[in-house]
Design a protein around this ligand. Structure first.
Ligand SMILES: Cc1cc2nc3c(=O)[nH]c(=O)nc-3n(C[C@H](O)[C@H](O)[C@H](O)COP(=O)(O)OP(=O)(O)OC[C@H]3O[C@@H](n4cnc5c(N)ncnc54)[C@H](O)[C@@H]3O)c2cc1C
Length: 387
């Protein structure tokens, strides 16, 4: 008989792994987080940390709305407000055809009973964002959205997970997983792995391995086709306060906000070059310049602002851009949580709670019906996911 030390092994020390560990420990499970590098090394440390329900796919909207409620009381969940500033997110229309598209979405949402998005005209847009270029004619807004501080968020979720009892092992990668009776035996490798700790046996596994989650899934028999994103970011020198909401543009790649420190943080999904084997990604300055152009088109006053740093971060992308959250198809006791396709930060509080529901109670009331792994495995013969 195995003398188990842990009930659950969470693979991946990003925000989703930490959130799952925190919720599981609070529900009474003994949890170890296995992180190949260090906590926050990949997407969760590179993120723009936008907390957005605006323009969310309907397939994850209910989950995102519940997560937004959790963000609004994040201090009670993790003991820190994570720098969350609910100043709203706005999607700006530059031309009337784009405003018509945004109006169509808001009308559709209202018809379905959702009230969180609204249309604003040019006057209201300029009231909320005085620095916006005069050519912008309006947009859609979700007033309860906002952005957080990614590093405070990481620190708060890590601290909360550890306070709840989670053991976090950094420098400890999972290189193979085998069935061993009713348990899963995880083979470990890495700088922090010594002989006696080179494997671990647990009845439950959470696959929160970010860009590498497809490899973990394959170890337990789930072949899930995934692409890889290497989203790029720009941060500028500090400026006097000029904008509070997070701004994007309909039809172009831009996310534009100002941090507490005054720096502009500019992203929006422009892609660098991913290298999963090397666990790295590279910035493509030529592509990134399109983001800078979109930013200066929208905010002419930042034309001469200096960029201070650029970076990119790795994440898994699914064919329908929705995450996989739920049980593995071919591996009892294994649960997937990955494939956020560039917008998983907002979902961190709720997905961890959902995994705890599934592992502790065997079911969840939360809206993950359309996020199962089967949908992507079925599409395997149809098409691949482009990176
Ligand atoms: C540049 C950028 C900007 C973004 N902006 C936003 C935004 O504004 N709003 C939003 O909602 N989302 C945003 N996202 C997405 C969001 O950051 C991610 O969805 C989220 O951080 C994913 O967290 P995670 O824990 O799943 O993955 P990660 O943080 O990548 O964590 C996965 C961890 O698993 C570890 N791992 C992998 N393989 C193994 C193994 N075999 N053994 C042990 N450990 C392993 C990795 O080292 C990694 O630390 C952005 C992402 C990027 C890259």
């Amino acid at each position: 008989m195995t003398n188990r030390v842990f009930d659950v092994a969470v693979i991946g020390g990003g925000l989703h792994g930490l959130s799952a560990a925190m919720h599981l420990c609070r529900a009474g499970k003994r949890v170890v987080v296995l992180e190949r590098a260090w906590v926050g090394r990949h997407a969760s440390g590179a993120t723009a940390a936008g907390v957005r329900t605006l323009n969310r796919d309907l397939g994850e909207l209910d989950l995102a709305l519940e997560s937004m409620d959790m963000w609004h009381r994040i201090k009670s969940l993790v003991g820190d407000d994570c720098g969350f500033q609910p100043y709203g997110q706005i999607c700006v229309a530059e031309q009337s055809d784009n405003l018509v598209k945004l109006e169509g979405r808001v009308t559709k949402l209202r018809g379905m009973g959702y009230q969180h998005e609204a249309i604003i005209d040019g006057h209201e847009l300029r009231r909320l964002v005085p620095a916006i270029s005069p050519h912008c004619i309006g947009g859609s807004i979700s007033r309860g959205d906002g952005a957080a501080d990614p590093h405070r968020t990481l620190a708060a979720f890590r601290r909360s997970a550890e306070l709840a009892g989670a053991v976090i092992r950094e420098g400890c990668g999972v290189r193979d997983i085998e069935r061993s009776g009713q348990d899963w035996s995880l083979q470990l490798a890495g700088p922090a792995v010594s002989g006696q700790h080179a494997s671990i046996s647990v009845p439950f596994v959470v696959n929160a391995a970010g860009a590498w989650s497809g490899r973990i899934a394959a170890m337990v028999g789930d072949e899930i086709p995934l692409g890889t994103k290497a989203s790029m970011m720009i941060v500028t020198e500090r400026l006097a306060p000029m904008i509070k909401p997070v701004v994007s543009i309909m039809g172009r790649s831009l996310s534009f906000k100002q941090s507490d420190q005054g720096t502009l943080v500019i992203g929006g999904g422009l892609q660098g070059v991913p290298d999963l084997d090397d666990e790295s990604s590279a910035v493509r300055l030529g592509i990134l310049s399109k983001g800078a152009r979109a930013a200066t088109d929208l905010f002419p006053c930042v034309r001469n602002v200096r960029m201070v740093r650029v970076w990119s971060g790795l994440e898994a992308k699914t064919a329908d851009l929705l995450p996989v959250v739920g049980p593995a198809v071919n591996a009892p006791g294994v649960f997937h949580a990955f494939g956020y396709s560039g917008h998983g930060f907002e979902l961190v509080p709720v997905v961890g709670a959902t995994l705890a529901d599934l592992i502790v109670g065997g079911t969840t009331r939360r809206a993950i019906g359309g996020l199962n792994a089967q949908r992507l495995m079925r599409s395997q013969t149809g098409h691949d996911v482009k990176s």
